[in-house]
Ligand binder design. Structure first.
Ligand code: ZN
Ligand code: ZN
Length: 581
């Protein structure tokens, strides 16, 4: 459990209060607590355990909220929240996942039209039953139809950061209670997919029954779906299913390989075994005697570690992120992939000048503390009014402030940059003579993200061809499980980037992961460099790096293909070369 769990608690409170028609003051109070916890650098779970009185000393947390935090930390649940949940149809909050739909609209749909989940919304749309509902004009109704289509492709899957937090806290709990000797997560979580269907854990335990008991009773479990000596499945309060498998120690590698998948990779591996007269299953690699369950009759040829299994099949170990549909020859023994430790520069970060939470000096200091050699300050441009984008005057003043910050902090290169809006027609939000004064320009689309594909392609290609642009930021503007974003012809965008020497960003925020893995791989194969950027806004903004790195790894990127992994000299030369300096 961590601050993120507390944030989710208060966010859920706010949503449920709004759905049940509580007054807006109470709703707002709960979202304010969520924001306060989110930006707090104190470990509030620890504080609730050691000094609960001190919780209400923290800015934005009142005594009522403090009591809820203590209740959550000590019992794993909050009674008031359970009461609220019981007042709302279980499927109602799922409607909030529809792009552009907030609690107010959902409440209207529920109260006025009896809609309680996606299925009933879909049939109401089919029967034209939303006519006359206040605020639901033809455009909004069309958006709902589009949103349902979009959600159908994502439904049942949660974002990787969410699944990872649940899996890591389950692992921490099982390790802390001493019931497992060894435990790792497998499945799509280990392969680093952007969304996860359910979280798979594989463990070794002396006493399997005790381990299963601890697993089913861990904090956050809402329902035990199935429990047995080798496999248990639970549904967490937030809906995610977590599976725990207990395997014999000598079969750990085979089980990890099997449960990591993908299905396609496993099929290829089993085929490879067959060609060699062998049988591969979750217990190990065996001689094939033509009968099932070879583990009952034979000792395994290999089973203890994944590397041993690959080796026995004449292959080098494959990075989990590459275990998708690609042929074994392409993924086994692949050149080293970029790691979090390779990344030494952040090229997309916001300060309090636009919508960031950190003043300039703090941002620079934190980047330095992480061992980075370069940080680019890229606040929003003037069209991003809702993000307090900078006027030309403010931007020019910021350039001076950046020079000063670089001198003051010392030991880190600080680049004066901008995340300049790509306007609807592909032109940029500042005139060229202003952009030319910046060290680094990240150009990103923020508005008009529903353009027709050909219009979007022309827009992005024009931005990429702009001679003052270094990086195309979050190229499609999509949100994972949130909105589809632009759907340009990525081949055309990548070709333009290659011609003009622009890098394409993998925005590491788990809500974005934009470029997505497939497009990042297309960029790598075309020889276009990637920038893995955290798009830092808050104090913990750098922590999302792992998710961006994982996308790059899924794309097969090595450190040489990621500009943030270059040393300062090489990066500086690349940045300067874009300006013909
Ligand atoms: Zn942006
Ligand atoms: Zn940004």
């Amino acid at each position: 459990m961590g601050n993120a769990d507390i944030v989710r608690l208060f966010e859920e409170f706010a949503v449920l209060l709004e759905l049940t028609g509580a007054n807006s003051f109470r709703v707002l109070a709960h979202s304010k607590v969520a924001r306060a916890v989110e930006s707090s650098t104190v470990d509030l779970v620890e504080l609730a355990r050691t000094d609960p009185k001190a919780l209400s000393d923290i800015d934005g947390i009142g005594s009522g909220s403090a009591a809820k935090i203590v209740e959550l930390v000590s019992t794993g649940a909050v009674k008031d929240l359970a009461d609220l949940r019981s007042q709302v149809p279980a499927g109602l909050p799922t409607l909030l996942a529809l792009p552009g739909v907030g609690p107010k609209s959902v409440r209207l749909l529920w109260q006025e039209r009896g809609i309680v989940d996606l299925a009933s919304l879909e049939s109401a749309l089919g029967e034209d039953r939303l006519q006359g509902l206040a605020g639901f004009g033809p455009k909004k109704i069309q958006n709902l139809r589009d949103g349902i289509e979009f959600l159908k492709t994502a439904v049942g899957r949660v974002r990787i950061d969410h699944a990872l937090a649940v899996a890591e806290s389950a692992i921490a709990h099982l390790c802390a209670t001493g019931v497992v000797d060894r435990i790792e997560f497998a499945g799509s979580l280990r392969r680093g997919k952007e969304t996860i269907g359910d979280a798979d854990l594989v463990a070794v335990a002396q006493d399997a029954a005790r381990a299963m008991e601890a697993f089913c009773a861990m904090p956050g479990v809402n329902k035990v779906l199935v429990t047995g000596p080798t496999k248990s499945s639970v549904r967490m309060q937030d809906g995610l299913q977590v599976d725990l498998r207990i395997v014999p120690e000598q079969a750990f590698g085979a089980a990890l390989l099997y449960f990591t998948g993908s299905k396609e990779h496993n099929v290829l591996m089993r085929g490879r075994a067959q060609q060699r007269g062998l049988r591969l299953n979750e217990y190990g690699l065996f001689a094939d005697d033509g009968q099932d369950a070879p583990q009952d009759r034979h000792a395994p040829i290999a089973s203890r570690t994944e590397a041993e299994l690959y080796e026995a099949l004449g292959l080098a170990w494959a990075e989990p992120e590459l275990r998708e549909t690609r042929p074994l020859e392409q993924v086994c023994g692949h050149a080293p992939l970029v790691t979090v430790g390779d990344v030494r520069a952040e090229l997309h970060a916001h300060t309090t000048e636009s919508d960031g939470a950190m003043p300039l000096l703090e941002l620079v200091q934190r980047a330095k503390d992480r061992g980075f050699h370069t940080i680019a300050v890229t606040d929003h441009s003037r069209s991003s009014v809702q993000a307090n984008g900078l006027s030309i005057e403010r931007l020019l003043r910021q350039i001076d402030a950046v020079r000063e910050a670089e001198a003051r902090v010392g030991g880190i290169r600080v680049l004066a940059g901008s995340e300049v809006d790509i306007l609807v027609d592909g032109s940029l939000d500042y005139p060229d003579d202003v952009l030319a004064q910046l060290d680094l320009v990240v150009a990103s689309p923020h508005a008009s993200l529903k353009q027709a594909p050909d219009v979007a392609t022309a827009r992005l290609v024009r931005a990429v061809r702009h001679p003052l642009v270094h990086i195309l930021g979050h190229p499609t503007g999509r949100l994972v499980n949130g909105r589809p974003g632009l759907e340009p012809d990525m081949h055309a965008v990548i070709a333009a980037a290659r011609e003009s020497g622009v890098a394409l960003e993998i925005n590491a925020h788990p809500a974005r992961l934009d470029l997505r893995d497939l497009h990042a791989r297309m960029a790598i194969e075309a020889g276009v460099p990637l920038a893995i950027d955290c798009d830092v806004h808050g104090r913990d903004g750098f922590d999302v790096l792992r998710f961006g790195v994982q996308v790059a790894r899924r794309a097969g990127a090595g450190p040489g293909q990621v500009i943030n992994a270059w040393d300062a000299t090489r990066l500086q030369a690349w940045i300067a070369a874009r300006r013909g300096r």
